[in-house]
Design a protein around this ligand. Sequence first.
Ligand code: PLP
Length: 328
Amino acid sequence: MAAEAGAPTPADIYRARARIAGRVARTPLLSSPRLARACGADSVSLKLEMLQPSGAFKLRGATHALLALAPETRARGVVTASTGNHGRALAWAARAEGVACTVCLSALVPANKVAAVRELGAEVVLAGDDQDAAVAEALRLAETRGLGYIPPFDHPDVIAGQGTLGLELLEDAPDLDTLLVPLSGGGLLAGVALAVKAVKPDVHVVGISPQRGAAMIESLRAGRPVEVAEETTLADSLGGGIGLDNRYSFALVRALADTVVQVSEAEIAAAMRELHRHERLVTEGAAAVGAALLARGEVPGGGRRAVVLVTGNNVDMDRFTRLICERD
Ligand SMILES: *Cc1c(COP(=O)(O)O)cnc(C)c1O
């Protein structure tokens, strides 16, 4: 494995678990006989990370990275530039720990999302015309105000925090042979695969992205981080680039993902609908890509016991309600 200095290790994940214990939910596994039948497996279990109090697994990495900061830095506060589940998670974790949180947002971010960040108690700094400008401003504030910059995926403490989910799987699904993971910046896949493969190296790890704007998969194909045009997708939490200067998550995903697959918008919509109809779950598009893949009728790698990470529920409920009423 490419050994970037400071890259996370399985031991870091065990330490992360001790650090965040009691601050994030230990989420349950739900068995889905329906999906097992659909893909011909013995069992399919859904890891319900949307039950984290912030609505997504990102609370693990954000909480861990915040607690790992030097006390002086934590006293000054944290900063990020994400409007999605990472921004929510960091604002949530910061409020829980009594730490000041600043979120830099570009002029592109819609007013309702700006309001949602403010509602979580974070200070919003409006910065520039696009996401790159917002990130530049967050880095500038980290530098000039001494704030801790906590990015959404390419950070050892964030990856180790996401990996704690894998430790729960080793306890609750010790005989799993296949792991289906939504894939964007790769912090989730890197952390979880690191934890699981340290104990069970033969587990087949599948990364799943939408067909639209799959920056990590395009980067794996190119052999280096590349930029792709951002496109709207139902799986909006899986959009965005991986950073041309990616240090950790790209190398880890390259080393740890056995298969990567893309699913269509129609497949994602159908999976959201079926997860609601049969398992009674509210999922956002990103959280449904694993179920969408299994609905094709087979488990990648021919596994018998699959675990699907159902990662979040940050979806507009009016849109969700319309979607589940549509016919396939
Ligand atoms: C961020 C996110 C992912 C992907 O995680 P990465 O670490 O960026 O690969 C998947 N699902 C949801 C709901 C997310 O918010």
